[in-house]
Design a protein around this ligand. Structure first.
Ligand SMILES: Cc1cc2nc3c(=O)[nH]c(=O)nc-3n(C[C@H](O)[C@H](O)[C@H](O)COP(=O)(O)OP(=O)(O)OC[C@H]3O[C@@H](n4cnc5c(N)ncnc54)[C@H](O)[C@@H]3O)c2cc1C
Length: 393
C-alpha cells in the first residue's frame, strides 16, 4: 500500500482538472481510470471538436434539485478562467451560435492540455486500472484497492462520470460508492437524448427521416427554439436534446412548427391572396413539402386554403403551433450525452464538493445531480467542480 494524499477515480474532465489543481497545491495525487486512455468523452465530444464551454454560463443553464448549490463553484472557476487556460496552451478555437466555444482542430488538444497540466503539477495518471474497493479506515483515511497498486490516502475524489456511453468507459461506480457510504442519490435517467416514438407515430414520421426544421419545443415550463431532426427512431436535433433534460416519461411535449410568426394571421392573409393554393403547398414553403403533406393528411386539412372558414383556419394554425406529442421514451444511455440525477448535492459542500457525512470523500463532475444544457455547460460544470475540490482535497 502506497501512502498518498489524494486518489481521484476517473481521468475525465473533472478528475483531471481536480488533479492538476491539487498537485499545484503540493498534494501527492494519483488519478486512476479503468479505461486505456484518459478523457475518452472529451475526445468524442462536440463531434470531435469539444464544445468546451460557453460565453454565457449561469445556474439557469443547469438542471439540479438544488440549483443554488452550483452558483459558488461556477463563480470561482468560470468560463473565462477556462478560456484563459485554453489560450495559454495556444489551442485555437472558435465561437458558434449561442456562444458555444469549440476547438478549431481536435478535442485531443483539450485532453493533452489537461494531461500537461497534471504533469506540471506532478499529479500521476494511471489508466487501465480497475478499482476493487474503497474503504474508510479507523484513522479517518481511506484504503483504495485496485488491480494495480493499492493506496492509503486522506482524500478520495469520485470523478467517474455518468452512465451514458458505456463503450467510452461509463459505469455506475460513483453511484455505488455513494450508496456504500450512505449518501442520497437523485434518480438517474438519460438526458440530452433523442426521443423515440410510439409505433403509430413512428410509422407516420419514419419516412421523413433526415428532414430538419426550426421549431420551438415546450416541456415542463421550458422552451427551446432550435432545429428538430426527424430520425428513423423518432426525433432528435438540438431542440429535442435540450428539452429532454426536462421531460419525464409519459409527459407530452408541445411543438411550434412556425416559431417565427403568428401562423393564424399569416394563413388568413394567404386565404385572401391565393385562395386556390393547396394548404400543404403553402405550409410546405416553410416545413418542406413532405412534412407539410404528412401533417395535412394526418390532421385532415389537405385542401385549397380558400375552402377553410376563418375559424377552421384558426384551428389548423393552432394544430401546427401547438402540436402535442407524447414520446414513447428516449434512446436511453446508449446515445445520451449525459446522465440526469446522481449524487444529491444536499449531501455535499458547495464550496469544496466534500461529503458532509463522510469527511475526505469528494464528488465532482457529472456523477453529481447537476446536468447542463447542450452548449458546453456540462464541461464547464466538470471544470468548475473539479477546480473547487482541487483547492481542498
Ligand atoms: C458523445 C458525447 C458528446 C459530448 N459533447 C459534449 C460537449 O461538446 N460539450 C459538453 O459540455 N459536454 C459534452 N458531453 C458531456 C461531457 O462529456 C460530460 O458531461 C463530461 O465528460 C463529464 O465529465 P466527468 O469528468 O464528470 O466524467 P467523464 O468525462 O465521463 O469521465 C469519467 C471517467 O471515469 C472513468 N470511470 C468510470 N467508471 C470507472 C470505474 N469503475 N473505475 C475507474 N474509472 C472509471 C471513465 O473511464 C472516465 O474516464 C458529451 C458527452 C457525450 C457522450
Amino acid at each position: 500500500m502506497q501512502e498518498i494524499d489524494v486518489v481521484i477515480v476517473g481521468a475525465g474532465a473533472a478528475g483531471l482538472m481536480c488533479a492538476a489543481q491539487a498537485g499545484y497545491r503540493g498534494r501527492k495525487v494519483v488519478v486512476l481510470d479503468h479505461a486505456k486512455k484518459a478523457g475518452k468523452k472529451i475526445l468524442m465530444s462536440g463531434g470531435g471538436r469539444c464544445n468546451f464551454t460557453n460565453r454565457t454560463v449561469s445556474k439557469d443553464h443547469y438542471v439540479c434539485s438544488n440549483p443554488h448549490f452550483i452558483i459558488s463553484a461556477l463563480k470561482r472557476f468560470d468560463q473565462n478562467d477556462f478560456i484563459e487556460q485554453v489560450e495559454r496552451h495556444a489551442i485555437p478555437f472558435h465561437e458558434r451560435e449561442w456562444g458555444q466555444l469549440f476547438c478549431n482542430d481536435s478535442s485531443k488538444a483539450i485532453v493533452e492540455m489537461l494531461l500537461t497540466e497534471c504533469e506540471w503539477a506532478q499529479a500521476k495518471v494511471h489508466t487501465g486500472t480497475s478499482i476493487k474497493s474503497v474503504k474508510k479506515l479507523e484513522d479517518g483515511r481511506f484504503q483504495v484497492v485496485t488491480s494495480g497498486d493499492g493506496y492509503v490516502c486522506q482524500s478520495v475524489v469520485i470523478a467517474s462520470g455518468g452512465l451514458s456511453f458505456a463503450n467510452a468507459g461509463a459505469t455506475g461506480f460513483g453511484y455505488d460508492i455513494a450508496r456504500q457510504f450512505g449518501l442520497n442519490l437523485i434518480a438517474t435517467d438519460a438526458a440530452l437524448v433523442p426521443f423515440t416514438l410510439k409505433p403509430k407515430d413512428l410509422e407516420r414520421f419514419k419516412p421523413l427521416s433526415g428532414i430538419a426544421i426550426e421549431a420551438r419545443i415546450h416541456c415542463n415550463g421550458r422552451a427551446f427554439r432550435e432545429n428538430v431532426l426527424f430520425t428513423h427512431r423518432g426525433f432528435s436535433g438540438p431542440a429535442v436534446l435540450q428539452v429532454s433534460n426536462y421531460w419525464k416519461p409519459g409527459q407530452s411535449i408541445e411543438i411550434d412548427l412556425f416559431p417565427h410568426i403568428d401562423l393564424n394571421e399569416w394563413l388568413q392573409e394567404q386565404r385572401q391572396n391565393r385562395p386556390r393554393a393547396e394548404l400543404r403547398n403553402i405550409l410546405g414553403e416553410t416545413l418542406t413539402k413532405r412534412l407539410a403533406q404528412t401533417l395535412c393528411q394526418w390532421w385532415q386539412c389537405d385542401q385549397p386554403i380558400g375552402q377553410f372558414s376563418e375559424s377552421e383556419l384558426k384551428a389548423v394554425a393552432t394544430k401546427f403551433q401547438r402540436w402535442l406529442l407524447v414520446p414513447a421514451g428516449t434512446e436511453g444511455y446508449r446515445t445520451a450525452e449525459v446522465t440526469r440525477g446522481g449524487v444529491d448535492t444536499n449531501e455535499l459542500s458547495s464550496k469544496t464538493m466534500e461529503s458532509k457525512k463522510v469527511p475526505g470523500l469528494y464528488f465532482v463532475g457529472e456523477v453529481m445531480d447537476v446536468t447542463g444544457w447542450l452548449g458546453g455547460y456540462n464541461f464547464q460544470w466538470a471544470w468548475a467542480s473539479g477546480f473547487a475540490a482541487g483547492q481542498f482535497v
